[in-house]
Design a protein around this ligand. Sequence first.
Ligand SMILES: C[S@@+](CC[C@H](N)C(=O)[O-])C[C@H]1O[C@@H](n2cnc3c(N)ncnc32)[C@H](O)[C@@H]1O
Length: 274
Amino acid sequence: MTIASLYHQTLKTTRIDEATLKALLSHIHHFSSNGDLFLHWNEEARDLDKFNLYLPRILLGEPLPYIVGLAYFAGLTFFVDESVLIPRPETEELVDHVSDYIQTRKTKNLLDLGTGSGCIAISLKHRFPYLDVWASDISQCALEVAHKNALSYGMNLQFFSGDWYEPFKNQTIKFDVIVSNPPYIAHPETVAKNVLDYEPHGALFSNGGISNHLIILQGAPNFLSPRGLLMLEIDENQMAMLSPIVHSLYEGAKIDFIKDLQGKYRFLRIELTA
Ligand SMILES: C[S@@+](CC[C@H](N)C(=O)[O-])C[C@H]1O[C@@H](n2cnc3c(N)ncnc32)[C@H](O)[C@@H]1O
């Protein structure tokens, strides 16, 4: 059976979505993109045993990245398991915004709060190898995953375990960049069932949605360099709640709420002015 016929037969006989099926077929055949998949579209499908093993798990809702232990983010490959959030495409945009700042300012160090798989910290270190990158998480299991990912890229990152700024409270260090994608979902009922069933709740939910942002916003002035950048991912509905708080905490700073590619206000960017 060709890859094309396996694809069409599976689409016809199951409720799998097209994107997941393409990703599964690409993974099984070791293709790095859908482009490669279509290049080999009419070739014989390989590894059907694996395909038949993974398909029922996908149909039960298990996310493919957890099944295969891999996620793709910002052009890199990350090991993932159920102790870390599967990196999201919006967060790639967060990395791009931080990259824009680093490219135009003298930046020597960076802190990633709530690093999870390490996707933000590692992809920024990959783009800017001279950066001194620190990363923290409250979950020890997540830190182990991030450490494994850093090792796989031969990187030397500084990892810390603890509640937001707590691991740094006795440090006098100042960071040129603080970046975070904190948990920001207020209501579990708004989340897809497979996310709720498989992804770590400590990475998803936050009291009232913005409680983690408030802790990060309040603490950042103690750790940011004079012209430093604080860049946070937010939920699309949180701008109205956050805006007055941010403007009163960061008087004089350059404050922007930025839309993602879906047109949703997804990022909060604060650049200190000395
Ligand atoms: C939304 S996930 C983001 C993970 C990763 N940075 C990403 O963008 O895919 C939030 C992360 O914050 C961590 N976290 C939750 N509460 C925390 C806290 N109080 N202190 C530090 N990290 C925390 C979670 O364990 C999780 O890894």
